[in-house]
Design a binder for this molecule. Sequence first.
Ligand code: GDP
Length: 131
Amino acid sequence: MIKPDAVGAGNTGAITKMIEEAGFKIVAMKKTYMSKERAGQFYAVHKERPFYEDLTNYMSSGPIVPMILEKDNAVEDFRKLIGATNPKEAAEGTIRKLFAESIEANAIHGSDSDENATIEGNFFFAEIEKF
Ligand code: GDP
């Protein structure tokens, strides 16, 4: 999911290009928006964290671009492509190093397991039966 800071800064195209050039197939993609409540559902796992309130405000602050991606070893390879959560710690050439503003407004989200990729794919694209 391309997050509100990157969509707002006009980086959707550049980020999508990097994703495709890294060998990911875009199975589904759309520009949409999460209410604060829905952002809270998406990040329910972080409910007890001190940054939860800020995070859900930020994630509902503007449009987002969720995608379903396909590739061998997709979860691990995508985490490598996006870089560390904190852009200050992200490796050179990663999406977060290039485009993230801060540890919160960090340009992009990637699922952390195949299981969560299915859950998160369904969260945005329930109409696509395969996922
Ligand atoms: P990710 O898997 O790399 O996205 O990282 P996490 O699952 O740990 O955190 C989810 C999201 O919460 C991150 O991508 C950030 O947008 C935000 N976040 C994580 N840690 C912090 C923090 O310490 N402060 C703030 N404000 N936001 C954070």
